[in-house]
Each structure stands twice: as C-alpha cells, then as structure tokens.
Design a protein around this ligand. Structure first.
Ligand code: PLP
Length: 364
C-alpha cells in the first residue's frame, strides 16, 4: 500500500498542513516555560488527599455530570442560578468544543498575538481565523481595528484573553465592553490567568447574553489535572454539552479538584508569593542593560532583548539549565521577545543569573 497516498486520501487538507503543538522536553531543567505554579502541596495536605483516593471506584465510569465538582466551582465563583457550567479536559478542550460547534467555514476572531490554541484548532477545523494586532505600545486592544474587523468579518466567536497570553496585560475595560456589545456572536473572556490579576468578568454575565467566561485550574496550581470550565447562560451551555464526550472529566480529576478547591487558601497564599516574585523579577529585568520587561497581570513576564539576539539568548539560558519560552519565532510584535514564567525565588534568581551570563557571553 502507498502510505503517502493513503494519508492524503484519508486526512483533511487542514490536518495535513498542520504542525503538531510541540512541548519542549523539560527533563532536568528549571522549568519556567509553561506558566505552571512552581509549588507542590505540603506533605500533610498530600496525605489527606490520598485518603480520598481510597473511596474512588476505578472500575466505574466517572460521574458524567461531575455534579459535586460543578457545585464546588459554582460556589467558588459565586455563579448566580441562571448560569450553567461546562467542564472540559483543560480549557483547551473547551476551546475545541466551542469551535467544533460552529457552522462550517465560520469566522473566529481574537487579538494578535493571542493564545496559540485559538488559531491552531480553528485552522484544523477549516474555520476562518482572524487575528487583529494589538497596539505595539502597551499591547492594549486596537479598538477601532477590532470594531472594523467585527463589522467586516462578522465573527461568530470571539476570544478575549484577560489577561492576555503572551503579552500578560489586562485589556482596557472600555474596549472590552465595546467589543462584547458590537460582537454579532459569542464572546469568550478567557480568564486563565485571572487568579494573578484579581479581576473577573463574571459579574458582567448578567449584562450580556452573548458572554461566556472560561477559567482553568491549570495556572492556579493544578496543571496536571486538566480541568477547565466555561460559565454562561444555560441555553448556550446546553448546546455545547451535546458535543462534550460523556466522561471527559475522569474520576481522579473530579475528586482531586474538589478536594483541592476546598483548600483554596493554600492556592491564595501561593498566588500571593508568585505575584510578589513577579514584581521582583520585573524590576530586576528592567535593571539589565538592553532588556525591556513589560508589566504583567499574569504569572509570567514577556521581555524584549536586543535585536536579533533572542534565539541565542534563549539557547544560552537553556544551556545553563533554565528553560523559558522563545517567542521571537512567532514574529510580528513578538520579534526579539522571550517569556519567562514566575517560579520559586531560587529559580527566578537562577534565571536572572543565566540571563546576565548569556548577555555577557554574547557581548550584548
Ligand atoms: C490564555 C490561555 N487560555 C487557555 C489556556 C489553556 O489552559 P488549560 O491548561 O486549561 O488547557 C492557556 C494555557 O496556556 C492560556 O494561556
């Protein structure tokens, strides 16, 4: 059998044209590339957690509606009665569900640069993805350009990450509201980094029928669980629930998330330390000659390095055992940019030292 002919006959052209989403091998590195919380749980909490596992019935399918976990999330987010929650295997899966539900060839719109999965999944499904550049100065929304693109392309789905990844800023509120009002379809405010920004659009659900809020436990400290959730009007969530796979949240995730969220003061303490370290790393970066760090409302910092040096600096930092993210390869506003996740204090020091060493080595 001619395997090439088979593959091109079987798979859609969009799939054939795609590159897989690559995750760097972080084995042995100080890992500051993926916006994870660097803190694990104290021993006594871990032991309490393991006690809960004794009750798990691995021979049974999990609760398809994850009723207990949904109740916990509802309380945690003070979600009013008339709204419903959809759970996903990470918010990645929710993005996929939303996009899968759209009519063929629909337009999806988001500010650029934005979270790569919006485009990756849209491309895979043959949707028309439009990225509208943010302002070069400060990375805020370019409101006139956004409104014009909405008018012209009539997107059925619009993503606004609040704070945005990879630029880490909160878009201005006026612009967010103007966009939600102007959108002809659904607007998803993606609050993956909400815990570090201390602000949310949940209170606005009452104001806009077309608004959905997406959150995740990943950045909070539970990335290994794969749990994201979407909140909005029951009538909309019901439609999405039809295409959700029945057991998408496994029983270990359900029980762990429920247990962990009951211990949310632990995450609040960790978040506070991460935010303090964010200020420290930001100030230290801006003291280094040739480096410009951008203000962050998330748990990572985007910074600009001298022209055409980003990849060399990234590799030099890596050779010193610290893994961050090279953003210059994405081009546009991210040219000459690197992104570092805030880690533990000693990890942040190791990163800053590695950066200083790399600049000296490269004579930048
Ligand atoms: C803006 C944004 N949304 C969603 C996600 C996906 O998060 P999850 O781990 O819940 O799939 C990320 C992950 O980096 C992100 O940056």
């Amino acid at each position: 059998m001619n395997i090439r002919a088979l593959i091109s006959a079987v798979f859609r052209k969009e799939v054939l044209a795609m590159d897989a989403y690559k995750v760097a091998n972080a084995q042995g590195f100080i890992k500051l590339d993926a916006m994870e919380n660097p803190y694990n749980w104290p021993e006594e909490i871990k032991n309490q957690w393991l006690e809960h596992f004794k009750e798990v019935q691995l021979n049974r399918y999990p609760d398809p509606e994850a009723i207990k976990l949904v109740k916990t999330l509802r309380e945690l987010n003070h979600l009013p009665e008339q709204f419903e929650i959809l759970l996903g295997n990470g918010s990645d899966e929710i993005i996929q569900l939303l996009l899968m539900a759209l009519p063929e060839g629909s337009t999806v719109l988001a500010p650029a640069p934005g979270f790569v999965m919006y485009k990756q999944i849209s491309d895979c499904l043959g949707l028309n993805y439009i990225g509208v550049p943010v302002l070069a100065e400060g990375f805020d929304l370019d409101l006139p350009a956004m409104l014009e693109a909405i008018q012209e392309h009539q997107p059925l789905l619009l993503f606004l990450a609040y704070p945005n990844n990879p630029t880490s800023n909160l878009f201005s509120l006026d612009a967010m509201h103007a966009i939600i009002k102007a959108a002809p379809g659904i607007v998803v405010v993606d609050e993956a980094y909400g815990p570090f920004a201390n602000t949310s659009f949940i209170d606005q659900l009452n104001q806009y029928d077309n608004l959905l809020i997406m959150r995740t436990v990943s950045k909070l400290g539970l990335a290994g669980l794969r749990l994201g959730y979407l909140m909005g009007l029951t009538a909309i969530i019901e439609q999405l629930n039809k295409i959700r796979l029945p057991y998408n949240i496994n029983c270990l995730t359900q029980i762990t998330a429920d247990f962990a969220l009951a211990n949310s003061e632990l995450f609040n303490r960790q978040t506070k330390i991460i935010c303090e370290q964010r200020t420290y790393v930001f100030n230290e970066l801006n003291k280094i000659n040739g480096i410009v760090a951008y203000p962050s409302a998330a748990n990572f910092i985007l910074f600009r390095v001298p022209s055409n040096k980003a990849t060399d600096i990234f590799l030099s930092i890596k050779s010193q055992g610290v893994l961050i993210k090279n953003m210059t390869t994405q081009g546009g506003l991210l040219t000459d940019c690197l992104r570092v996740t805030i880690g533990k204090p000693d990890e942040n020091l190791a990163f800053l030292n590695a950066l200083r060493t790399s600049l000296a080595e490269l004579s930048v």
